[in-house]
Design a binder for this molecule. Sequence first.
Ligand code: NAD
Length: 354
Amino acid sequence: ARQGAFAYCSQQYRVVFGAGTSARLGEESERLGIKRALVLTTPEQQDLGRRLGAGLGDRLAGLFAGARMHTPVEGTNEALGIVESRDIDGLVAIGGGSTGGLGKALALRTGLPHIAMPTTYAGSEMTPILGETANGIKTTQHSQDLVPDTVIYDVDLTVSLPPHISAASGLNAIAHAVEALYAPDANPLTSLMAEEGIAALARALPRIMTAPADAGARRDALYGAWLCGACLGAVGMSLHHKLCHVLGGMFNLPHAETHAIVLPHAATYNAAAAPEAMIRIARALRATDAPQGLFDLTRRLALPRRLAEIGMPEDGIARAAEMAVRSPYANPRPVERVAIQDLIAAAWRGDAPA
Ligand code: NAD
C-alpha cells in the first residue's frame, strides 16, 4: 500500500462506562428488548451473578454459573439447554474472558441480544473472536455477531480482582495495544487507542498493587483495558500473540501470566523492525526504551518473569519454536526458527532485554 493509506472499519456496540453502572443492567436490557435474561458466570462468580441479576427484576429468567476457561463445547451445550427450556431471549455475561467466551458461543448459536459486563482486563468483550474447545482441540471463530450489543464497564466490579491477577491481566491488555501499533493493518485510530490504552494501564497498575481499592486507578485500568481490547478487535495480532497461543496450548500455561512474561521479549525481537511503534510504546510507558520499559513494568508489578516458574519445561523450548514458525502471523520482522528459539529461551530464563 502507498505510505499513509489505510482502511478502518468501526464496530457496532454500545458502551456504558463508570463506577456503579451495573445498576443500569435493567434499563440496558430493556433497551435491547430483553424480557427473559440468562445470566452467565464462572462458579467462582456465582454470587456476583445472583446479586447483579437481581437488578433485572422480572427480566431475570435464569443463572448459569458453569463458564470455564477455553469455552468447552459441553458447557455451551448445557447452557443452550437452559436457553431452550426457559424460553430465554437475552444473554448477560458477567466475568472475564472465560465467561465472555460462553456469552459469545451462545450468541453465535442463538442470535440473541447480548450484554457483557467485564470484570478483568482481558478485552474479549471488544472482539469478533471466539476460541472454543471440543475433545481437547481448540478452534477459533470470527464473526461480527460475536461482539456484544452492549458492554457495561462497571469499575466497581474490578475492585475484587486481586492485585497480582490485575497486573497479569493488565499486561495481557497492554500486549494487544503493543501489537496493534505494528499491525499490518494498523491505522491512525487504533494507534491512538493503543497509545492511550498502554498509558492508562501503565499508570494505574502500580497504584493497584499498593492500593487495590483505589477508585481512580481502577477506573484508569478498566478504561485502558477497553481501549486495548478495542485494538485487539480491530487489527491483526503478530508474533507475541502467536507465541502465547503456542506456549499456552502446548504446556497448559496460565493465559495472562504467559502474556506478561513473553511481551518484553517479543517487543525486543520486533524493536528494530518497528521503530515508530517503539517510540509510541516508550512514550506511553514514560520510558526511554520500549522493551526495557515493558520489562521494568513487569518487575515493578512483581509479575513472574520466567516461563520456567509458571510450568514450562526446558526441553519444550525447541519444540515451541518449531510450532511458532509454522504458519506464523504477519510480523514486522521475519519469523526465523533460530531467533525465535533464542527469544523463547530468554523468556524461559527471564533475561532482561538485550
Ligand atoms: P478468566 O475469565 O478465566 O477469569 C479468571 C478467574 O478470575 C476466574 O476464576 C474468574 O471467576 C475470576 N475473576 C474474574 N474477575 C474477577 C474479579 N473481578 N474478582 C475476583 N475474581 C474474578 O480470565 P481472563 O484472563 O479474563 O480470560 C482469559 C480467557 O479469555 C482465556 O481463555 C483467553 O483465551 C480468553 N480471551 C479471549 C479473547 C477473545 O477475544 N476471544 C480475548 C482475551 C482473552
